[in-house]
Design a protein around this ligand. Sequence first.
Ligand code: ATP
Length: 865
Amino acid sequence: MSDQIALSRTGLTTEAVVEARQAHGWNELPKPPKTSPVLVLLRQFTGSLVLILIAAAGIALALGETVDAIAICLVVILNGILGFVQEWRAETALEALRSMLTPSALVLRDGKETVIPARELVPGDLVIVASGDTVPADIRLVSATELRLDESVVTGESVPVEKTAGDTSDGGALLMGTGVTSGRGEGLVTAIGRATKFGNIAELTGLVDQKRTHLQLQLARLARQLGIAALVIAAGIVGLGTAVGRPLFEMFMTGLSLAVAMVPEGLPAVVTITLALGASAMARKKALARRLQAVETLGSASVICTDKTGTLTENKMTATRIWTLGAEYDVTGTGYDPAGHIERAGRNVRAAEDPTLAALLETALTCTHARLRREGRDWVMIGAPTEGALVTLAYKGWAPPPAPDAVIAERPFSSERKRMSVVAPSANGHRLHMKGAPEAVLAAASEILTPDGPLPLTNALRNTVLEAHRSMAEQGLRVIALAARAAGADDLDERGLTYLGHVGLIDPPRPEVKHAIAEARRAGIRIIMITGDSPVTAAAIATRLGLGSPRCILGPEIDDMPDEALRTLLSEDVLFARTLPAHKMRIVAALQDLGLIVAMTGDGVNDAPALKRADIGVAMGIRGTDASKDAADLVLLDDNFATIVGAIAEGRRQFDNVRKFVRYLLSSNAGEVIAIAVNLVLGGPLIFLATQILWMNLVTDGVTAVALGLEKAEKEQMARPPRRRDEPILGRNGFLLILAFGTYTGAASLWIFYSLMPLGVDLARTAAFTAMVVFEKMSVFAFRSLTRPCSRIGWLSNPFLLLALAATLSLQLLATEWAPLQTLLRTVSLGAEQWGLIALLAMPLIVVPEAVKYLRSAVTPAPTS
Ligand code: ATP
């Protein structure tokens, strides 16, 4: 029941706001402390391997091996700095994402309803909250209509509590941070920011959750397994070496560096950085990932369940047709500018000269929360677009505006009821006005208005109404029916109404959606429309958007359907109309049972459970409620379906890139391990010194891997079906590739080592060490794509990679030619001959994969987009 209190609704004046702001400040809570850069830097030195290395440096120092100790420290420091730079970039990218979702509030100021950022609220502001909102400050209610709040953030109690105006206890107070589950209310702000009873900034700003993702866990496990294997092998080698009389310290250092060579310790960090940078690339394309997991899961999405209004369509509604029993009207004009006309048989008509039209427009103008306001030359609409379109329609027909605050009682709209009613004074006493979906309104009507007065609504007339509704909906129009009756001041009984007529609203499809749908389908992603709108309108829009003519299922039909039948149904091409939010939950569950990875959109407060259940819950940044954004993994900053498809493409790119650099890093490590192990069996002097191995792995590899993570999307990535969620990162092909590269680079550096041995072991070792670094850098081109040769991708298309290569090769040049590094890494200058040999042996690493891919792609041409 409504308990609206008459109140002069003007809100604060601009001056009063300024004054209050000076006294109370902004409506903000203390921000959680930012991650300090010092902390991020220190974090680089806490990995177990790094700690072991630091200990090893200590041991080296104790044993008088000062040069080794300094070299280890240098490598650890360089590695730490590189790690810091990358992690700090990721950290600041996430920080920027966090501030993108700023909550807003609807307030009344200077007599106007305005949407402002919630931080601008001051005590004394008159705030309006509605279903789905998070309460933006502490508020004392002055009026409320069936207002219920979920106060679980404060009380832990999840059953919604009713709030009533005039209740001076807690029942009339709304606390900051709690969520409105239904109804509407207006109230005065009593406290803001720090002064509020409770406020959880994390909830309000949509904190980006950094729980570890599936991929990160998978890679951490891989790294752990390799770590254990490395320890066992290293211990074995140390034992073996000392048994055959090698010095213990030398063997300890070799064992340790072998462990470093085997363990891709940087892997989880590189994945995190790649996902974080991926999330900021998505945000630039208007898709805000609230969890890093979303970036990854998006890449494997196999079905998108999407609502229609506002996601597939513009949500810019304009009334174009009116149907009443006895007359039909056309409406001209676009948007919320009331400059158009209502025409009957080609002639302009106004409310004053057509009583049926007048009654319909009175309801359209009274049964609403939308407001139209002129600002300069433009008309601004505040409220729901459906309602805004009806208000604009009433203005076009010159309907007399109701007195401000005319509504004295209300039963609000909800997706479940699909209608709303209000009671307001009219010319002769009070009237109950209703609007909603035609079936919902017809169910409450017993008469229908004609130019000659009301007639009983017989079955034949009901069919006439439904037929008229159907022919409007077939044109893709959204149809809203209007009804009214005389009523007492507090009489909200939704029965015995007079059906006045219905209005057809156009809501044009978003222009980019058709192409996005085609792209998603090409990528093997199914699209299922789930809408609260009528089946006829939904089918018309589906056809227009290139979704074909899927079988249309009504929400109520699936109520009694067993799960098995629903799954069978979902294996075909379908769309759902007249659904309730609860149906989305069942549809997600059934699709997941079919093994599909589901992205589900939602905007209402009741969509939250389905968004949570879906593999990727997608909320709307503009029209979505706070509750839905809170539950979602991904928020579309522009509410646009096409953005989801763009985000999926980005997710696929991220996964591809992670796979590329994991393979790349492991192939580099494999080469080193093979060279070291075979050399030990051959019994020669050490092929790489401990510090050289550390240099290769900690200094030069990580940078190249991160650059590989920035590889652009492959053209055919949206032409293949979605990957399975459990698809292994390596797979058989990946494993064979790593083995092939590892064997070649290992063998080639061993060959260099032994063939240059006659010139001295230092030169041979320096050449083998440099060869390994150069080989690793050159193999990176092969890992840029498993199918496309670089001549197709473009040799220069990833500038970061070229930069990384230039930097690491220059570092290697320093390592062999610059005296201080020569001392630390125990290298000597290489001559042109050795460089030539290295270059020659590096060639096949580029030429062979390139030729294989070229020939393969010539046989099976890659699909082009
Ligand atoms: P979608 O689910 O694709 O976003 P929708 O907006 O039509 O579509 P709902 O919000 O559940 O879904 O609305 C269901 C129906 O209720 C609409 O088709 C319309 O007939 C009716 N309706 C929508 N908004 C209002 C309103 N403000 N007042 C009365 N009836 C409404």
